[in-house]
Every structure is written in structure tokens, then in C-alpha cells.
Design a protein around this ligand. Structure first.
Ligand code: ADP
Length: 547
């Protein structure tokens, strides 16, 4: 027997309609690519996204066609989130940090019809325009006064001219909630990037859980700073989630340096900030260099850290110097991205800070909608005892079922689980902890050593700015850990000093066989350590223990 409730489709347009009705004056504050800070409201975004929808219709964009963006976090990009998807077209957010050849590849693979881009990216668009064969027009996301006098970009359209004389009357079309809404390519650390095609339904279900109190806890009383880019996994769904609950959103534009981020936090009274660890390291450096007092100057209450592991020392610093609680979260492009969130349980109330930080170092518990399991190499489920570690598998309504245009073939197992490529433990309370990427785990004499655990331990040393651990070849053990460190400016640290520091903090046999110091570590387009490059760099490295 079917239920007798209304079957209203979960469409992205309903979210901005809601925001315009119930939170019309809540602000969207953006640092623009042109420079100045821009302020507008959900009512403005609503009106202008409808103008954009009318403009796209006039340009002949059909439902299902891809419209691409190459843009920072900002209000015009947000208008595209609603204006493009709301018409039934697909917003393809392109990551500008990809290599130019990759950008060309994905624009052609997606058969983008129009490309909207920020001023910053004019040089790259000039270079690639001719090779983007499906693109009929290039829209510069600026006003007339900032248009370049001369450009090699063909069919250049000015965003403000495009939408300026359009009506703000537009009836959002109603369609199946499973219709595609946006497209994001994975960074492609191996092989070509692959497209993940989100739907209206998956995006909305994800946003509802993301804003829930035991998700990331967004609400009308929060001011959220989105350092996580809108060009990568829809800024963790925050533009939709923000509109859903009327949160004030603060967008950093191109300025992610410590000074700019700190000033935005201070001036906009940010209560919740979201970003990857590298951004917070830059913020800390700025605070240190200028002897700032974040706890008394900022209104920051919570920081969501994901994308890579949030080092314990980082959570501790936010807690002590900023008075802010770190919410560690884990996910991936293929998961929209949220999978687990590290919130505390009633039993943790009496924990002291150090005990609490032990919990916060974990990536957290599966949020409703995400089923998690860990398996061995044969696919057998492993116990949730916090010790056994295996392949982390996920299933749920905002998790990929296959890549765009079938790239990579069948990607789910017989039970419909997707292999995340991460290796993890899950404890009896359901807290998941990533121990490694399956390809980064160090295989020492048949046993596995977690490179991430070692990195986190090393990061606790006050002289360490960044640490990476890779498996270096060893004739007896096959692989042994090599610790690679970037020191903080002006700090002294020796190999012996580091090993002494680690003593007692890690299992004895995990102790790195050597410690080397480098000026910087290679990162991917999304700020992750590029272990593949490091392994390449240290391919012929001879460990002192290998005699
Ligand atoms: P990319 O496509 O650039 O790899 P994703 O955002 O999809 O970017 O990366 C997902 C991967 O990032 C995860 O599979 C995991 O390895 C890593 N990751 C994400 N969040 C965390 C976290 N909190 N701790 C450790 N690793 C994380």
C-alpha cells in the first residue's frame, strides 16, 4: 500500500524560493575578483538567478545541457548555482587549479555549451577558448567597466549586460527530482578526471543533513565562511544548505591568504568556518606573525575541517587560541561530499580537553543516509572495534552510482557499495578513523603502517609546519616509513630531536627509519599532499637502516 502524502519533487529552485520568502534580508558577502567587498541578500540572489535563468533561455540553453563555471566563491557564482540548475540545465563547476590540459579535457568531455568565468581566469580562457569545441559563448562574470579592452576570447559576453535587462519574472520549471543538477570532476590524481553528476534530489537530501545539528549545524543564526571552493564538490553543499536555512554566507573570492581570511572572519563576525587544513595553517602563520588575539577579536565558534586529516595540534590550537570547536569531517567528490562528521556524544561531556581531542582526531560518525563498512581484500566485513582496518565502503542516496558517461565502468560491488579508496577503522561507537589511502599505506613485512597517524604525530611538534610520510623501499621489510618535514620559519629541528619527540607517541615498530627536511611539499589542486610525486622524488632514496 502506498502512502497518501504529496509527491513534491526536491528541486534546487525550491531552496532559493524559500530563502527569498523567509530569509530575504540575510546577507551574502563576497570578496570579489575585482577587489572590493560586495554585499547582497538572498532576495537579490533570488531575483538575479531568475534574470540569469531568463538569459540562459534566450541563449537557447536546453534542459540537460551543461553550462560551465570557472569561478571563485562569490555571489555571481551563487546565482549560477540556482539560475543554471533551476532551469533544468546542469552547472559544471570547473576547478581552475587543474592543469590547463585537464580543464580543456573536461570542458570537451562535458560538452559545455557556455563558459562563465571570473576576471582572474581571463588568461587561461584566452589560451583554451579555441580548444573548447562545444562552447558557443564565453561569459565574463563582471560588469562593463571591468571588461578588457582587447581580448582573444571569441564571443565574449559581459555577465551584468547578459542578465541586466532580463525580467526577474521566471517560473521555475517542475521536473523529476532525479534530474541532473551539477557536475564536478574528481581531481584525477591517477588518469583523466572523472565526472560525478549530482541530481536535484541528491543535492537537497545532502544539504538537509549537512545543515542538521548533528551534521554541520548551519542555521539562520550562523555566519558561515566558505573557504571550501564552490568549484569543488559544490563547496560541500553549503550554498544550498545556506539558502535552505537562511545562514549568512561569507565568500572569500580569490583571497585565501591568512590576512584576508582573518579580516573577513573579524569584520563579518564569522561563527562557522569551513576549509581544508592548508588554509588554516596559513591563518595560524598570520596570527603568529602579527601576534593577534583571535579569541578576543573573533566571534568564531566552530571550524569544519575536511579534505585531509585535521591534525590533533590544529584542533587544539583552534580550541585554545580561538575558542573554537573543530568539527572534523570526511567525504569525497563521489559523496557530494559529506560522509562522516565528528560530533560528540553525551558520554563525552565529562572528558577533559586532551581526551576530547582524541575523539576529534577521528573523522567522525556516519551521518544519516550514509552507510559505512570496512572490508578486507576479499570483501569480508571487518569488526567495528576501532582496531581492525580495511577498505572503507559506502552506500547512500548522495553517493555516486557511476561516473559521467560510464567512465571507469562498474564501480559498485554486489551490495551496491562504493569503494572510497580509503583505509579506515570504525570503533564501537561508530567513529570512523582514516588510517590511510589504500595506495599510501606502508606495507612493512606484511603489516600495515598508517602514514596519516605518523604525520599527525609529527605535526604535534612545535617546529613542524607540515609533515608527510611515505613508504621507502627496504630490502628486508619491503617498505619502511620515511618522514619528510617542512620546518616552521626560523625553527630548529634535527632528525634525532624528531625521533625523540615521537618516542612514546607511536607504536615502536612504526618509528620512521629516517627523517628528512625539505623546503616545501607538493600539493594537488585541492590542497592534498601529493604522495605520488613524493614517492617519485624519493624513489631511489636509501634508508640508513637498509644495509
Ligand atoms: P579529490 O577528488 O581531489 O581527491 P576529494 O575531495 O574527492 O578530492 O577527496 C576525497 C579524499 O580526501 C577522501 O577519499 C580522503 O582520502 C581524503 N579526505 C577527505 N576528508 C578527509 C579527512 N577528514 N581525513 C583524511 N582524509 C580525508
Amino acid at each position: 500500500m502506498l502512502g497518501l502524502m504529496q509527491d513534491r519533487p526536491l528541486l534546487i529552485s525550491t531552496v532559493i524560493e524559500h530563502a527569498a520568502k523567509f530569509h530575504p534580508a540575510a546577507e551574502i558577502v563576497s570578496r570579489t575578483a575585482e577587489g572590493p567587498i560586495h554585499r547582497c541578500t538572498y532576495a537579490d540572489i533570488h531575483r538575479r538567478s531568475k534574470q540569469l535563468a531568463n538569459a540562459l533561455t534566450k541563449l537557447g540553453v536546453q534542459p540537460g545541457e551543461r553550462v560551465a563555471s570557472l569561478a571563485w566563491n562569490g555571489y555571481r557564482h551563487m546565482e549560477m548555482y540556482f539560475g543554471v540548475s533551476g532551469t533544468g540545465a546542469v552547472l559544471h563547476t570547473i576547478n581552475p587549479r587543474l592543469f590547463p590540459e585537464q580543464i580543456e579535457y573536461i570542458a570537451n568531455h562535458a560538452e559545455d555549451q557556455f563558459l562563465f568565468f571570473d576576471l582572474t581566469f581571463l588568461p587561461i580562457v584566452e589560451k583554451l577558448a579555441a580548444a573548447m569545441t562545444s562552447v558557443k559563448g564565453f561569459v565574463l562574470m563582471t560588469d562593463r567597466t571591468h571588461l578588457p579592452a582587447i581580448t582573444r576570447v571569441p564571443n565574449l559576453i559581459c555577465y551584468e549586460d547578459l542578465i541586466g535587462d532580463q525580467s526577474s519574472d521566471y517560473d521555475w520549471p517542475q521536473f523529476d527530482e532525479n534530474t541532473a543538477s551539477s557536475l564536478c570532476y574528481t581531481s584525477g590524481t591517477t588518469g583523466n578526471p572523472k565526472g560525478v553528476l549530482y541530481s536535484h534530489r541528491s543535492s537537497l537530501l545532502h544539504s538537509m543533513m549537512a545543515s542538521a545539528v548533528d551534521g554541520l549545524g548551519l542555521g539562520a543564526n550562523e555566519t558561515a565562511l566558505l573557504i571550501v571552493p564552490m568549484f569543488h564538490v559544490n563547496a560541500w553543499g553549503m550554498p544550498y544548505a545556506g539558502a535552505l536555512c537562511g545562514a549568512k554566507l561569507v565568500m572569500p573570492g580569490p583571497a585565501m591568504d591568512g590576512k584576508s581570511v582573518y579580516e573577513l572572519m573579524r569584520d563579518e563576525k564569522v561563527t562557522l568556518a569551513l576549509g581544508v587544513p592548508t588554509v588554516w595553517l596559513m591563518l595560524f602563520q598570520h596570527v603568529d606573525a602579527n601576534k593577534l588575539k583571535p579569541k578576543s577579536e573573533l566571534a568564531l565558534k566552530r571550524v569544519v575541517i575536511g579534505g585531509s586529516s585535521a591534525p590533533r595540534a590544529m584542533s587544539e590550537r583552534f580550541e585554545i587560541d580561538f575558542g573554537a570547536f573543530v568539527i572534523h569531517a570526511w567525504g569525497m567528490t563521489e559523496m557530494s561530499p559529506l560522509g562522516t562528521v565528528c560530533n560528540l556524544l553525551p558520554k563525552h561531556r565529562d572528558y577533559d580537553l586532551q581526551q576530547r581531542l582524541d575523539i576529534q582526531a577521528k573523522q567522525g560518525r556516519g551521518i544519516y543516509g550514509v552507510e559505512l563498512r570496512i572490508t578486507d581484500d576479499e570483501g569480508n566485513a571487518l569488526p567495528h572495534d576501532g582496531k581492525a582496518f580495511g577498505h572503507l565502503m559506502v552506500r547512500g542516496p548522495w553517493i555516486v552510482s557511476s561516473y559521467y558517461r560510464g567512465e571507469g565502468g562498474k564501480i559498485l560491488d554486489a551490495d551496491g557499495y562504493f569503494d572510497t579508496g580509503d583505509v579506515a577503522t570504525i570503533d564501537a561507537d561508530g567513529y570512523m578513523q582514516i588510517t590511510d589511502r589504500s595506495k599510501d599505506v606502508i606495507k612493512s613485512g606484511g603489516e600495515w603502517i598508517s602514514s596519516i597517524d605518523l604525520e599527525n604525530a609529527a605535526m604535534g611538534h612545535p617546529a613542524v609546519a607540515e609533515a608527510a610520510v611515505i613508504g621507502a623501499a627496504h630490502s628486508k621489510w619491503q617498505e619502511r616509513p620515511l618522514l619528510i618535514i617542512v620546518k616552521k620559519p626560523g625553527q630548529e629541528l634535527t632528525r634525532e630531536g624528531m625521533l625523540q619527540y615521537l618516542d612514546g607517541k607511536i607504536v615502536k615498530w612504526w618509528t620512521p627509519d629516517d627523517v628528512v627536511f625539505v623546503a616545501e611539499l607538493p600539493h594537488t589542486a585541492t590542497g592534498k599532499l601529493q604522495k605520488m610525486k613524493l614517492r617519485e622524488q624519493f624513489k631511489t632514496y636509501r634508508l640508513p637502516t637498509d644495509v
